[in-house]
Design a protein around this ligand. Structure first.
Ligand SMILES: [Zn+2]
Length: 188
């Protein structure tokens, strides 16, 4: 039997997928450890399955918990009719209440980082401005380069994300040479 010529292409694309997964796994795993979100867990699982790396303990724990809970749904925790979807959601670790969409959360750190970055740039351009003025300016202009926000965001939100992500947005050499990790010492 002649080998299928497409086989070579399939093997090539598998090798490529594997390289992608190997470099992506530490990132997706770290995100899962930070957020504990099942969305992040499944991304890390998908990456890990494509690599030859040993099974990360946190994924083992997550998968075991899901498997044991799902198994239990056919034993002593049988959900009543109409509650099956909810039971599965819960078993997978998804919140069962609230309006939050867990599948949108993936972009949150990047979005907060963008806002912090805009604050840093605005503060650098206008060193004599008060923080209040900087936050107000970013609140006013943030949505223009942002593909998530259709209109102006609040100053309070800008302030919140700045204090959360500032140390990621400020260039590392400025942080290293500062006397303390206080933002006013770093940005003077
Ligand atoms: Zn935005």
């Amino acid at each position: 039997m002649r080998p299928d010529p497409r086989l070579g292409q399939i093997i090539d694309s598998q090798a490529e997928e594997r390289r992608r997964a190997e470099s992506s796994l530490p990132i997706s795993l770290r995100r899962f450890h930070e957020t504990g979100s099942p969305v992040d867990a499944w991304e890390a699982i998908a990456d890990w399955l494509l690599t030859d790396q040993p099974r990360p303990e946190s994924l083992r724990t997550y998968l075991y918990k899901v498997a044991a809970t799902i198994t239990n749904l056919s034993r002593d925790q049988i959900p009543t009719k109409g509650k099956v979807d909810r039971a599965i959601r819960k078993a997978l670790g998804f919140q069962t209440t609230g309006r939050r969409n867990p599948f949108r959360e993936l972009t949150t750190p990047g979005h907060e980082f963008l806002i912090a970055m805009q604050v840093y740039q605005c503060q650098t351009r206008n060193r004599h401005w008060s923080w209040k003025a900087v936050f107000a300016d970013v609140a006013e202009s943030h949505h223009r380069p942002c593909d998530q926000c259709k209109k102006k965001i609040s100053s309070a939100k800008v302030k919140q994300y700045w204090y959360k992500r500032a140390l990621q947005a400020i260039p590392p050499h400025l942080i290293d040479r500062a006397k303390s990790k206080k933002l006013d010492d770093i940005l003077r």
